[in-house]
Design a protein around this ligand. Structure first.
Ligand code: SF4
Length: 125
């Protein structure tokens, strides 16, 4: 059972209660298809300009997280035909995930639920 932390963007904080992300984690779908099950250890909300993400990653690790996922809405947007890579809520999603991975020393993954068609989750180590 892999222990998971999630970091989401403040721009969606009051609009999305992470329903799809948590279902995908629970059911081992979308961004959570690796390993034999996943358990959530905690969720943090990033605040612009993202300076706190490294500390959030370290804290999630201290709570047991073995891997951190950044929500799909940070790097993808919903189109009329579904989710499409690009034009997400955060122009710095990859930089944040890379920095978080280096700070905490655990993999950081771009992607949770509703992955864009053909997208394979970017994993930063
Ligand atoms: S830095 Fe990016 S992820 Fe963090 S709050 Fe700002 S837009 Fe959202």
């Amino acid at each position: 059972m892999k222990q998971i932390g999630i970091i989401r963007c403040e721009k969606n904080e009051t609009r999305c209660p992470l329903t799809s992300c948590l279902k995908a984690l629970d059911q081992g779908r979308e961004g959570f298809q690796d390993g034999d099950g996943h358990e959530l250890v905690g969720v943090f909300t990033c605040r612009c300009p993202g300076d706190g993400v490294a500390d959030m990653a370290r804290i999630l690790k201290s709570k047991g997280a073995e891997q951190i996922h950044f929500c799909t809405c940070m790097f993808a947007h919903k189109d009329k035909d579904g989710w499409v890579e690009g034009d997400g809520l955060c122009p710095d999603a990859a930089r944040l995930a890379g920095g978080a991975a280096r700070a905490a020393g655990i993999p950081c993954v771009l992607g949770t639920a509703h992955l864009p068609k053909g997208y394979r989750p970017d994993i930063f180590t």
